[in-house]
Design a binder for this molecule. Structure first.
Ligand code: NAD
Length: 297
């Protein structure tokens, strides 16, 4: 069993750390929010006073943080983990950040003799709780293989997309597609409801027809259609609009840099930014369903 320092215990990191503790690892955790630390203690993790205290002496460090600046700050900032981790420690960042930042953190940590892979995830909070996440890794093969047994205790599909940063590229592409599916599913449901259909019935029909997609399968955006979806609990406890907006911004910047054409990604980015500006940034991203409500004539 391994000693693991786990930093970032939000909607995703909390249940991921819990699964590692359940598997018998010694998991020392840290988050800026005291309530998140207390919740982790209740599921078998050890609370640390700081990120450096959690990481010191660990064989693996796992981070699950919001965005680029948090990841760079935790590893390489003033109190950066690079100062305390063992030289044989493998750092695994599961946050969704830019591929450029993943490569920068990897090369700066490598310069200190510390191995690092990017390993962003897909599967949502339900996947994190059930231990069924998909991991998309970027890094050398030996490091990804070293991480694999741990990742398998939090997920069921572990992919190596390529070298450093490749996991983040795969994740950015996946989330851009997810946003398009979520907006498309939401507008189809709103159109059906506006014409008198029961959203439950329409969802069942589309699930068995050519419109079938992941959002209909496990993440229906219409309240009441699925018992355990964020939509049915007031769009709480899922994947925030602001985080989706961040991911779509990463995809748009990458599209500009490479000359790729991503008109649908540009459209959903603008929709999510506008929805955030209307005050919905902290809601689950399926709340875009409400933005697409028909206007009363
Ligand atoms: P979250 O906001 O719920 O959690 C982030 C946590 O990081 C918070 O608890 C915060 O207090 C903590 N944190 C921030 N700075 C810190 C620091 N310096 N030291 C310690 N802790 C710090 O976000 P989340 O939904 O758990 O998402 C985390 C990452 O995973 C994001 O990059 C997101 O894009 C990605 N992601 C989320 C989902 C999802 O469904 N929620 C799915 C896949 C990927």
């Amino acid at each position: 069993m391994a000693t693991i320092g786990f930093i970032g215990l939000g909607n995703m990191g909390g249940p991921m750390a819990a699964n590692l503790a359940k598997a018998g690892h010694q998991v020392r955790v840290f988050d800026l929010v005291p309530a998140a630390l207390e919740a982790a203690q209740q599921v078998g993790c050890e609370a640390a006073e700081s990120a450096t205290a959690a990481a010191k002496g660990a064989e693996f460090v796992i981070t699950m943080l919001p965005a680029d600046a948090h990841v760079h700050g935790v590893y390489l900032g003033e109190q950066g983990l690079y100062q305390v981790v063992n030289k044989d420690c493998l750092a695994i960042d599961c946050s969704t950040i830019s591929a450029e930042m993943a490569r920068k953190v990897a090369s700066e940590l490598n310069a200190h003799g510390i191995a690092f892979i990017d390993a962003p995830v897909s599967g949502g909070v339900a996947g994190a709780q059930a231990g069924t996440l998909s991991f998309m890794c970027g890094g050398n093969e030996a490091d990804v293989e070293r991480a694999r047994p741990l990742l398998q205790q939090m997920g069921k599909n572990i992919f190596r997309a390529g070298d450093s940063g490749a996991g983040q590229v795969a994740k950015m592409c996946n989330n851009m597609l997810l946003s398009v599916l979520m907006v498309g599913t939401s507008e189809a449901l709103q159109l059906g409801v506006a014409h008198g259909l029961d959203p439950q019935v329409l969802s069942q029909i589309m699930l068995q027809s050519s419109g079938r997609n992941w959002t209909l399968e496990v993440y229906n955006p219409c309240p009441g259609v699925m018992d355990n979806s964020p939509a049915s609990r007031g769009y709480s406890g899922g994947f925030m609009v602001d985080l989706m907006s961040k991911d779509l911004g990463l995809a748009q910047r990458a599209a500009v840099a490479s000359g790729a054409s991503t008109p649908m990604g540009a459209l959903t980015h603008n929709l999510y930014r506008a929805w955030s500006q209307l005050g919905h940034g902290k809601e689950d991203f399926s709340s875009i369903f409400n933005y697409l409500k028909p206007q009363t004539k």
